[in-house]
Design a protein around this ligand. Sequence first.
Ligand SMILES: CC(C)(COP(=O)(O)OP(=O)(O)OC[C@H]1O[C@@H](n2cnc3c(N)ncnc32)[C@H](O)[C@@H]1OP(=O)(O)O)[C@@H](O)C(=O)NCCC(=O)NCCS
Length: 191
Amino acid sequence: MMIKKVTDPAIHQAASIVGRSIKLRNVKPDDAGFIVDLRTNEKKGRFISSTSQDINEQKQWIKRYLSSEGQAYFIIEDFNGHPYGTVRMYDQQENSFCWGSWVISAEAPAHFAIESALLIYQYALSLGFERAHFDVRKGNLSVIKFHERFGAERTDETELDIHYSLSKENILSALEKFKKYLPDHILINQV
Ligand SMILES: CC(C)(COP(=O)(O)OP(=O)(O)OC[C@H]1O[C@@H](n2cnc3c(N)ncnc32)[C@H](O)[C@@H]1OP(=O)(O)O)[C@@H](O)C(=O)NCCC(=O)NCCS
């Protein structure tokens, strides 16, 4: 009997993923200043891992990222190229991908959060993933609410974090339910 080998999913960087009002664009070394400002913002940095103020260190990190495999780190920007946030895919575990480093500046329109999450899910499905996982700090109530509205299930917890998992079925129903935030066709530009 012939057994058809289905290609395993893998996280690949993309040059850009174009949505309805935002684009996820692969980070570049010149984004270092923006990322440091965003992540060291007192309000925004409360529930994420701490970041050095050193822009040069961030630049080096981005350079290493660009030649690495297994993660995709994006700037969330509008169609004029104005940056509003970041989001990252990493830590593949079989057919599940992790996403995080999700930070959006206070100046961004309210729907940028949901649109960026939907773009990540759509991209992940196109890479062949069947599930997502992520950790959220226990005090991060608005983000907990955000993920639970998508149907994320608690799988574990530590003193600090709640671990979540989201099935493909829930990803697909969120994409359908919130389709007004997406264009008819999402353009994915390869690196
Ligand atoms: C995480 C982050 C990017 C999320 O963005 P956000 O704008 O706070 O997301 P919200 O949950 O407020 O959603 C934005 C809007 O979409 C709406 N929305 C979100 N999910 C929705 C859903 N499932 N259905 C309908 N509306 C939804 C919200 O009600 C909100 O609208 P409002 O502003 O009119 O109330 C942002 O809070 C942030 O930068 N946080 C700091 C960093 C951080 O903690 N990151 C997470 C690490 S795990």
